[in-house]
Design a protein around this ligand. Structure first.
Ligand code: KIV
Ligand code: NA
Length: 262
């Protein structure tokens, strides 16, 4: 397909749900390219790729490295690069760091966690030529300060805050936003309250698109499957069985055969 643009993504709201998936390398990015509208180089790579327990320690240089890998693999796909923890604390830092991403990768936009509290930062980036995808609801970069991952929108107060966040992110110039870990009825109301696409993860069906972490939805991550993940492939079993067969054949000297030999 043809690579989406900021304006074609905005126009897709209400027309066709947006399909987003994470990728951290060229190999998988290329495999996703035909089906995904947008590929997210999420700071979830710190968990999925690097094996850490949260996203906090991902660095800007790592995001740049993986974003280049993904862009190399998926040259015709819109790519979103997550700004990692601590790299957008204020307008100046955010612009400096997002500029580094834009100067060193072909990413199409950056993604920033936060609502009303990040509106100034988002505005500063968007007015300086850096497209921003917002991220509201459950914010994984706040896991330590919040003491865990907590579903949002359970109280009237939280719902009102999320509505304010969504409107502030839109007003600041974001062209779309992710909403994570939020009650479906609240996410629906939020999607209806803004004119930019709201892409959900663990936020129900009544939003403008969905995003999943690829290693979760392809079943490569075995330790834990969150409720919102559907496993489209039993990747772990497929990989383990294949490697076990390889090991078996090496041990029995059944591999390599004549056809694999010079
Ligand atoms: O890092 C990531 O993969 C994300 C998605 C969960 C939206 O931010
Ligand atoms: Na992220």
């Amino acid at each position: 397909g043809k690579k989406l643009t900021i304006s074609s993504i905005k126009k897709q709201k209400g027309v066709k749900p947006l399909v987003m998936i994470t990728a951290y390398d060229a190999l998988f990015a290329k495999l996703f390219e035909n089906s995904a509208d947008m590929i997210l180089v999420g700071d979830s790579l710190n968990m999925s790729f690097a094996g850490k327990s949260d996203t906090i320690s991902a660095t800007l240089d790592q995001m740049i490295y993986h974003t280049n890998a993904v862009c190399n693999g998926a040259k015709d796909t819109f790519v979103v690069c997550d700004m990692p923890f601590g790299t957008y604390l204020n307008k100046k830092e955010a612009l400096k760091n997002a500029t580094k991403v834009f100067q060193n990768t072909p990413a199409d936009c950056v993604k920033i966690e936060g609502g009303k509290d990040k509106a100034e930062v988002i505005k500063h980036l968007t007015t300086n030529g850096i497209a921003v995808c917002g991220h509201i609801g459950l914010l994984p970069q706040s896991v330590r300060s919040e003491g865990g991952y907590k579903v949002k929108g359970k109280s009237e107060e939280e719902k009102e805050q999320l509505l304010k966040d969504a409107k502030a992110v839109e007003k600041a110039g974001a062209f779309c936003m992710v909403i994570e870990g939020t009650k479906a009825d609240v996410a629906k109301e939020i999607a209806e309250s803004v004119s930019i696409p709201v892409i959900g993860i663990g936020a129900g069906a009544d939003v403008d698109g969905q995003v999943l972490v690829f290693s979760d939805m392809l079943g490569f991550f075995e330790e834990f499957t969150p409720k919102f993940v559907k496993k489209y492939l039993d990747g772990a079993t497929l990989v383990k069985d294949a490697v076990a067969q390889y090991a078996d054949e090496v041990e029995k000297k059944e591999f390599p055969k004549e056809e694999h030999t010079y």
